[in-house]
Design a protein around this ligand. Structure first.
Ligand code: BGP
Length: 465
């Protein structure tokens, strides 16, 4: 027994996504997603102008990579099926090369006792659908359900953990509010419609999955960012934090688990005259098709104070009209990513899910630390001595452990990420992996100290201090 001994069968692994790892090959049949298009249009917006085709070559190196997963103690691994690889136009013909590839990955994982967790949408809208409005257009919802069903039918005999979306609030924020995803609009009314359609698409995919009766589970992966008021005794700060929680967490958490949008959120959007277009039967469908399993991504807390700065009317209403972000003095930072490190946040999320969301089965689906310039920590054996990452994971796992002691229904921990991968606009700036990828040596892989450490944690199902 170790000091922090996790429940038997706890899932140890990591998460990644198709668009961030696979890469492209000539004649692989993949269609463009918004990332391929955006890079073509504006490569200067990507760190060192490295684009999505230069990802970690999982497409060709998956066998080697799965051996490395084994060597780093993985019992499970999450990736996503790229919609634009499987159905290049977004609707219509299925790309048989993609079917062969995903089948091979799934079979290889299972042959190595690593359970595949498969996500369906990881920010990667097929360009053909984006041209018609992407998530703004209800036809995309219908197309997504066909994509989801195609995946369930092709791979559902072996894949027993499915997720409808990864961080669905992020395409809302990035694409329609804060300009870090294509199509780079800043328009809250559109943001609301996009978020609504993602919620609806999720419920419809859940319905389709359950109807197929394939004997697995389906859920959603949410980045739950706890909103802490500057001063818990200051009513205006608390109110502001509540708004941030409604906009960025509960907009997906409530419908996913309770089947309903929070009334306060509906009220505030209604006051703005921005309620989405819905069809009569939608809300009942959302009500009846909730998740089996919740994935929780946690990186950083959100610190909030009452609105003090002037409201910026340039782009019409914005969520930020209701709160200001607060830079807490003395906060611990990851300077590379500019994110606060607050380990207890993971415990607060798990407690919230336990107390207010029926203690639904859940797991930590992402947590991690992106660091720039890790080459400086390479020792004589060529291994990156990333003790800071080990500390980071340990300190979070201790809080996961505490939540379990208090009754949280948390089933596992997945690190972001397995091997260094392409982080959207940040490309390869910050490295997150248990395994280093050397882009100058054809993507050569080397397990970092943290990867070796994680193997011992998985083997012992826990760790000492
Ligand atoms: C999450 C995403 C991942 C991953 C990670 C790291 O929000 O689900 O795709 O990229 O964050 O963040 P970043 O890549 O922005 O540094």
């Amino acid at each position: 027994m170790t000091k922090y001994q996790f429940p038997k069968g706890f899932w140890w692994g990591s998460a990644a996504s198709g668009p961030q790892t696979e890469g492209r090959l000539p004649n692989d049949g993949k269609g463009d997603s918004i990332w391929d298009e955006w890079f073509k249009e504006s490569s200067e917006r990507f760190f060192n102008q490295v684009g999505p085709e230069k990802t970690s070559q999982f497409l060709t190196k998956y066998k080697e990579d799965i051996q490395l997963m084994k060597a780093t103690g993985h019992t499970s691994y999450r990736t996503s099926i790229q919609w634009s690889r499987l159905i290049p136009e977004g609707t219509g013909a299925v790309n048989q090369k993609a079917v062969t590839f995903y089948n091979a990955v799934i079979d290889e994982l299972l042959a190595n006792d690593i359970e595949p967790f498969i996500n369906l949408f990881h920010f990667d809208m097929p360009m053909k659908l984006q041209e018609k409005g992407g998530w703004l257009n209800r036809e995309t919802v219908e197309a997504y359900v066909v994509f989801a069903e195609t995946c369930f039918k092709l791979f559902g005999d072996r894949v027993k953990k499915w997720f409808t979306h990864n961080e669905p609030i992020v395409p809302v924020e990035g694409g329609y509010l804060y300009d870090f995803h294509y199509p780079n609009h800043i328009n809250m009314k559109e943001a609301v419609q996009v978020g609504y359609h993602e919620n609806l698409a999720s419920a419809m995919a859940i319905k389709a999955y359950h109807e197929l009766d394939l004997g697995g589970e389906i859920g959603i992966i949410l980045n739950l960012t706890p909103s802490y008021p500057r001063d818990a005794k200051n009513a205006a700060d608390v109110k502001a934090a509540n708004y941030a929680d409604l906009f960025f967490n509960r907009s997906f958490l409530d419908p996913a688990i309770k089947g309903e949008f929070p009334i306060e959120l509906v009220e505030v959007i209604g006051e703005l005259g921005m309620l989405p277009e819905i069809k009569d039967e939608d809300l009942e469908l959302i009500k009846e098709n909730t998740i089996d399993l919740l994935g929780i991504n946690y990186y950083q807390p959100r610190r909030i104070k009452a609105k003090e700065s002037a409201i910026d009317h340039t782009n019409g209403p914005m969520p930020d009209d209701y709160f200001d972000n607060y830079e807490m003095p003395g906060r611990k930072m990851n300077p590379y990513r500019g994110w606060e490190i607050y380990e207890k946040g993971i415990y607060d999320i798990l407690t919230n899910v336990r107390e207010n969301y029926g203690n639904i089965r859940c797991y930590i689906s992402e947590n991690g630390m992106g660091v720039e310039g890790e080459e400086q920590y390479i020792d004589e054996q060529g291994v990156i001595q990333d003790d800071y990452r080990i500390e980071f994971v340990k300190d979070h796992l201790k809080y996961v452990f505490q939540a379990i002691q208090e009754g949280s229904n948390v089933q596992g921990y997945h690190m972001w990420t397995c091997m260094d991968n392409w982080s959207w606009m940040n490309a390869y700036k910050n490295r997150y992996g248990f395994i280093a990828v050397d882009l100058d040596q054809d993507g050569k892989r080397t397990i970092k100290k943290s990867g070796h450490w994680f193997k011992t944690v998985s083997d012992l199902n826990g760790f000492e201090d």
